[in-house]
Design a protein around this ligand. Structure first.
Ligand code: C5P
Length: 222
């Protein structure tokens, strides 16, 4: 059976990674979380004390940074060289700085090239902000997934509480709204729906309902 490319874009906290992981498992496809790649660059830049406004320095960092993705039990594991950074790229310091790093063309061009190589042979579910518009413009299925900012912050909050982590709903809502604003307003590859993407508002849908809907859509193009 042909193995297609599935591009899943949308704002922060829309549930893309949860859905993408389950959809990939269901179709026996590979799942690639491109946000994790921007996060890994941000972690390295912060650790090396690089000025996040300096695109040239970040571009130099890209030439030496060895980002590796491997499938793991809970989705994707992320490494910089031999060092696993799967957890450390989720820190609030990285989360609050990643949009500054992601706006630079020097960073994006290097990551987009990696992402295209990973998707080359199909059988892939890739989630991000510019997958349908820039990375995989010919993807057979493109979905733009969103939900209200209140719902997205609420989901993150419930996840944090369930994990026993401290969580402030209002702060989460403000953080998500600010990250969306930065990602949508940047000049290079802003967050936006591809013209040929299917719009899916998940505010009132459960994870299972969304996975089912996407599975039906994928089977429709297979
Ligand atoms: O998906 P996640 O929330 O982990 O993404 C982190 C950040 O990485 C986004 O807020 C955005 O700034 C950047 N990103 C991007 N393009 C992508 C994926 C993520 O600019 N394809």
């Amino acid at each position: 059976m042909t193995k297609i490319q599935i591009a899943l874009d949308g704002p922060a906290g829309a549930g893309k990674s949860t859905i993408a992981k389950q959809l990939a498992a269901h179709l026996d496809y590979v799942y690639i979380d491109t946000g994790a790649m921007y996060r890994a660059v941000t972690l390295a830049a912060l650790e090396q004390g690089i000025d996040l406004e300096d695109g040239q320095q970040l571009g130099e960092l890209m030439t030496s940074l060895d980002i590796r993705l491997t499938p793991g039990e809970n989705g994707q594991r992320v490494f910089i060289g031999e060092r696993e950074v799967t957890e450390s790229i989720r820190s609030s310091e990285v989360t609050n700085n990643v949009s500054f790093v992601a706006k630079h063309a020097q960073v994006r061009s290097a990551l987009v090239e990696m992402q295209r190589r990973l998707a080359e042979s199909g059988g892939i579910v890739m989630d991000g902000r510019d997958i349908g518009t820039v990375v995989l413009p010919d993807a057979e299925l493109k979905v733009f997934m969103t939900a209200t900012v209140e719902e997205r912050a609420g989901r993150r909050h419930r996840e944090n509480v369930a994990r026993g982590m401290e969580s402030d709903l209002e702060a989460l809502q403000a953080e998500i709204a600010l990250r969306d604003k930065r990602d949508s307003e940047r000049e290079v590859s802003p967050l936006k729906q591809a013209e040929d993407a299917i719009y899916l508002d998940t505010t009132d849908l459960t994870i299972d309902q969304v996975v089912l809907r996407l599975t039906e859509l994928a089977e429709g193009v297979l």
